[in-house]
Design a protein around this ligand. Structure first.
Ligand code: TEU
Length: 439
């Protein structure tokens, strides 16, 4: 709450055997006992609302856990066959068809074999997912992050994916990337599946995780409030690509800005420690909702992960727990977390709260200031390594490069990434940024 956020997004909290850390759901209506009970959830909703925050859940509609009772009781809700029906490759590598040891039949899975895909062309699937949505809204949830919805509808005839002829637009697992996913994802009528989620959700907030560039989002957007801007996340911190990604996503009118999440290396590892403040300024001066991954606001970097790995897709290092205080477990929990704390003595919320010049305070100041920025975004051409854009009566100047550059004219700097960044009003020092007034 001190951060100034409007809402909290919880990763999946449902009972799960954790083959994919909650993204393999065994019961859509429950809370996994490691987190608590439904009563605890109700208390959390109450406390969240009392603080003026809203609560978003992570809905995983594309697949269940192989341990979900539906998989045994209602195989018609899935894709089962006597043999693999096509050449599709799973997102984390390996074939997308596995043999079920119990029935001896083959089933389709877009992700791990423990995550059989639901068949959204069976009308009972959207009907059941609608019940799930209404159930959580009745309990007080305010909306959902919709997981992997570009996989909801596939080619009705399940035809082969053709070989890829160009590099993927967003990074993919190398085995997955050898095919172009024209049949296994993003079917021409996928908008109908997303519309059914919207119908159940009423006017609750829906943000879509659609792993496509802005140009591919048209079918999804009518039913969503926002979609994550993955093109920006993967723009490599190269200003020209970033500007193009921002402009393309902004043009959709439904951008949810995001620079890091639980699937990718943490910010300091991708943008460089030197740029963590500039990255925060960028994220929080773009028009529309922005998502901050836990720990970014105190500058947490990738940790050591776990040995042996917990996540077979190699994402443990990005998922170490939040560090609230300098104690050995960072004040995260009295239980032993799956992954240890990384460096709570070096960075934690308590210490950074006490330090007015900390990264955490920059996040707070940016969140407060962003509410005063005008509509829209208008880029100006600017020196190499920099991004300069107007937000109504404000101008934002960010230098991601190693060289100091001249900054644009302004009528006073309102917020800078550090005291040094604003020392000379005409200068935009390397790895810094500021927000100035235009009037
Ligand atoms: O990720 C789904 C997804 O398609 C991508 O965003 C993924 O990062 C991409 O394929 C690159 O490899 C979501 C969740 O965020 C992830 O944690 C889950 O493992 C996955 O769905 C399966 O539910």
């Amino acid at each position: 709450m001190e951060l100034g956020a409007d809402a909290i997004w919880l990763s999946p909290i449902y009972p799960s055997p954790n083959a994919d850390f909650g993204y393999d759901v065994a019961d859509y209506n429950g809370v996994d006992p490691v987190y608590g009970t439904l009563d605890d959830f109700d208390a959390l909703v109450g406390a969240t609302h009392e603080m003026g925050l809203r609560l978003l859940l992570d809905l995983v509609p594309c697949h269940t856990s192989i341990e979900h009772p539906w998989f045994r009781e209602r195989p018609d809700l899935y894709f089962l066959a006597d043999r693999p029906l096509n050449n599709w490759v799973a997102a984390f590598g390996g074939p997308a068809w596995s043999r079920d040891e119990v029935s001896g039949r083959w089933y389709l899975h877009s992700f791990f074999p423990e995550q059989p895909d639901l068949n959204w062309r069976n009308p009972e699937v959207p009907a059941r997912m609608g019940d799930v949505i209404r159930g959580w809204l009745d309990r007080g949830a305010d909306g959902f992050r919709l997981d992997a919805i570009d996989r909801l509808m596939k080619d009705p005839e399940l035809r082969d994916d053709p070989p890829a002829t160009v590099a993927p637009l967003l990074p993919l697992h190398p085995e997955h990337g050898v095919l172009e996913h024209t049949r296994s994802r993003n079917a021409p009528d996928i908008g109908e599946a997303v519309a059914s989620l919207r119908e159940a959700a009423g006017d609750a907030f829906l943000v879509g995780e659609v792993y496509l560039p802005a140009a591919g989002l048209a079918q999804y957007l009518p039913s969503l409030d926002a979609a994550f801007a993955f093109e920006l996340l993967h723009a490599g911190f190269e200003p020209a690509r970033m500007r193009a990604a921002i402009e393309a996503m902004h043009a959709t009118g439904k951008a949810a800005w995001v620079l890091s999440n639980h699937d990718f290396s943490r910010l300091p590892n991708r943008v460089g420690r030197a740029n963590d403040r500039a990255a925060a300024m960028l994220l929080l001066t773009l028009p529309g909702p922005a998502f901050i991954f836990q720990g970014d606001e105190i500058g947490m970097a990738d940790g050591p992960g776990h040995n042996p790995p917990l996540d077979r897709h190699g994402r443990d290092a990005f998922r170490h727990p939040m560090q609230w205080d300098p104690s050995p477990n960072g004040g995260f929990s009295e239980a032993t977390p799956w992954l240890p704390s990384v460096d709570p003595a070096q960075r934690n919320v308590a210490d950074q709260t006490a330090d007015r010049g900390s990264l955490l305070w920059l996040y707070r100041d940016l969140i407060a200031l962003r509410r005063t920025l005008g509509e829209g975004i208008a880029f100006r051409d600017s020196p190499p390594g920099t991004l300069v854009y107007e937000r109504g009566e404000h101008i934002v100047a960010i230098n991601l490069g190693d060289e100091d550059r001249p900054g644009p004219e302004h009528r006073g700097i309102e917020l800078a990434t550090s005291a040094g960044a604003a020392a000379d009003p005409a200068l935009l020092p390397a790895h810094s940024g500021w927000i100035g007034r235009l009037t």
